[in-house]
Each structure stands twice: as structure tokens, then as C-alpha cells.
Design a binder for this molecule. Structure first.
Ligand code: GLU
Length: 313
């Protein structure tokens, strides 16, 4: 969403943000990627995007943050369009895990070693390895252009500092890649894949843009602002289903009970919500709980879900 379209500040949302903000002190900013450690743990902002193009918000909504794991939903949509679901799901599974997002444990105990789902790091690395293109640059550019289309914002770029910081410290993701390569789940050069993956995770935007992307998923792949089908309905459906079953890491079950909307979080503190047929939601609150989800962001979604009856269940 460009600067020409602004969100209206909502007094009601502001009150919810104030209430949820109290929880930020119980959380911690992620610092295993050193560049993320600089965020202010007190921040909390939200934008809600409606299909008629209107938008309401609260908090510092101009603040940019990197997508991190939220990008996994979008790379999955692109790869499903690139390769078709049969090819993709031969290489990555459809089942939730009860393990942390970066766990290697299940890979060794499952046969074949294919990752359980595309939302854990192992599965997301496999997905990113399937993005079509002749070079890392071309593949990254295709993903970035897709994200710009979904957000309706051509200015969306990636943060070089975060990408470099993650690339230099991605020891666990490197280990996952080499394991997957040994078992022939991925092909090609591991360093190139990590370069692409860390750039993907470092794509940055504000919560208005994120709410707009959530809206496209909510509206079955159609951008309601220009009536364009950006991705097939069936692919939007698959992505939303993964958001429900595995979108909030190993807290997805509790989140489904307490909030009940398709959502995807990232360790930057972002959460993208897609309420089917209704609204897209973008949240930024970098203080995380022990599972890696925005602690105040989840609280905020709980309050909204209760107040407006947003749960799908
Ligand atoms: N870039 C992060 C990683 O791979 C993404 C993790 C996340 O947001 O959960 O460690």
C-alpha cells in the first residue's frame, strides 16, 4: 500500500492495543539473529484491512519489520504455482509437529526424511529450494515481485542488514540444509539456498502492507482492490489451512482454540491474519513468548476475536 492510501486510526483498536501492551514486559525480543535484537520490546501496532479498501489501525503503523517466518506462507503459494501441489508435497509434508520451528529431531526419525510441513524451517527451506529461476537473483526477484503484488506496494524491499546477520549466524539452518541434501530432499548449492532464504526472511514492510497481504489470502487469492486473482483459490485455501494447523509454531492448537483464525507469525514479532471472506490483519509486536510468537500480538488477536466473534470454529 503506497503512501497515498492511509489507514484511519481507530479509538477502539487503540484501547485494545493499550490493554494488550501490558503483556510485552513478559516477552523477549529474538536475538539469535543479532540484527533483530535491536527492536524495542514495547512496540505494538495493528492494521485491519477490509475488502472495500478501507483500513483501521492503532500504534506506530509506519514502522517496518522483516517478515521472517511469515514469508513461508508466501513462498509456499509461489512454489505451488510454479510446480503444482503433487510435486511440492512429494518433498514436504502436511502434518503439524509439536516441535519448535527450527528443530532437527523429526528429520532423523522420519522415513523418508522429508520435513513434516512447510512452516517449520526444514520444510520452508525445501519450499524455497523449489522457487523457479536461473539464479538466486532471479528467484529472489520473482518472490519479491509476488510479495509487492500481494501488498499492492512496489516499494517493498528486503533489509540487507538483517539478511547478512542471519546468513552469518544460520548454523542450525545450514545443518538442516546439509541433512536434507544428504537425503536428496533438496538439490543444488546449500550456500546459495541460504542466501535466498535469508533474503526472503528479511523482506520488510509495515503492518498496513501485511494486513493487505492477509486480505488477499482471506479473499481466496483475489485482490479486492482491483478484482485481480493473484493466486488460484485452491492455493489460497491450502496456505490458509497450513496457517491454522502450523502457523503459530507449536502453539497453533492453543491459538486455534483461543483465537480461531488462520494466522502466521515470525520471530521479528509480526503476525499476519486472514479472516476468511472478512478482513486481513497485520500486527507488529517484537516481544516474543517462549514459543516465538508475539506475546502482545496474540493477546491483541484474542481480544479482537472475542469482541467481534472472528473464530471460524
Ligand atoms: N529466518 C528465521 C529462521 O529461519 C525465521 C524463523 C521464524 O520467523 O520463525 O530462523
Amino acid at each position: 500500500m503506497g503512501d497515498d492510501m492511509r489507514c484511519e486510526t481507530s479509538e477502539e483498536l487503540k484501547a485494545f492495543v493499550m490493554e494488550a501492551k501490558q503483556y510485552t514486559k513478559n516477552g523477549k525480543v529474538a536475538d539469535y539473529i543479532p540484527a533483530l535484537g535491536k527492536e524495542n520490546p514495547d512496540d505494538l501496532s495493528i492494521a485491519v484491512h477490509y475488502p472495500d479498501g478501507s483500513c483501521v489501525s492503532a500504534g506506530e503503523i509506519d514502522k517496518k519489520f522483516t517478515l521472517q517466518s511469515i514469508s513461508k506462507v508466501i513462498s509456499l503459494a509461489l512454489v505451488l504455482m510454479d510446480r503444482g501441489s503433487e510435486y511440492v508435497f512429494q518433498r514436504v509434508g502436511m502434518e503439524p509437529t509439536g516441535d519448535p520451528f527450527n528443530s532437527i529431531a523429526k528429520l532423523e526419525t522420519m522415513a523418508p526424511a522429508k520435513p513434516l510441513n512447510p512452516m517449520i524451517n526444514a520444510g520452508a527451506l525445501v519450499v524455497t529450494s523449489m522457487i523457479k529461476g536461473k539464479s538466486v537473483e532471479e528467484r529472489f526477484q520473482r518472490l519479491l515481485t509476488f510479495i509487492q503484488e500481494l501488498a499492492g506496494d512496489e516499494t517493498v524491499q528486503y533489509c540487507e542488514e538483517v539478511a547478512r546477520s542471519e546468513f552469518e549466524t544460520a548454523h542450525l539452518n545450514r545443518a538442516l540444509c546439509y541433512f536434507l541434501k544428504q537425503h536428496r530432499i533438496i538439490e543444488g548449492d546449500v550456500e546459495e539456498l541460504l542466501d535466498l532464504y535469508t533474503k526472503q526472511c528479511s523482506i520488510e514492510m509495515n503492518c498496513l502492507d501485511l494486513a493487505k497481504i492477509g486480505l488477499v489470502f482471506a479473499m481466496d487469492g483475489v485482490d479486492p482492490l482491483n478484482a485481480r486473482q493473484i493466486m488460484p483459490k485452491d492455493i489460497a485455501r491450502i496456505c490458509k489451512t497450513f496457517m491454522v494447523t502450523c502457523g503459530m509454531y507449536n502453539a497453533s492448537g492453543e491459538f486455534a482454540i483461543k483465537v480461531g483464525i488462520p494466522a502466521k507469525s515470525g520471530v521479528s514479532g509480526g503476525i499476519m491474519g486472514a479472516v476468511p471472506g472478512t478482513v486481513g490483519i497485520g500486527i507488529f509486536g517484537p516481544a516474543l513468548d517462549e514459543k516465538g510468537n508475539s506475546i502482545a500480538g496474540i493477546k491483541l488477536l484474542e481480544l479482537l476475536s472475542q469482541k467481534y466473534g472472528l473464530s471460524m470454529f
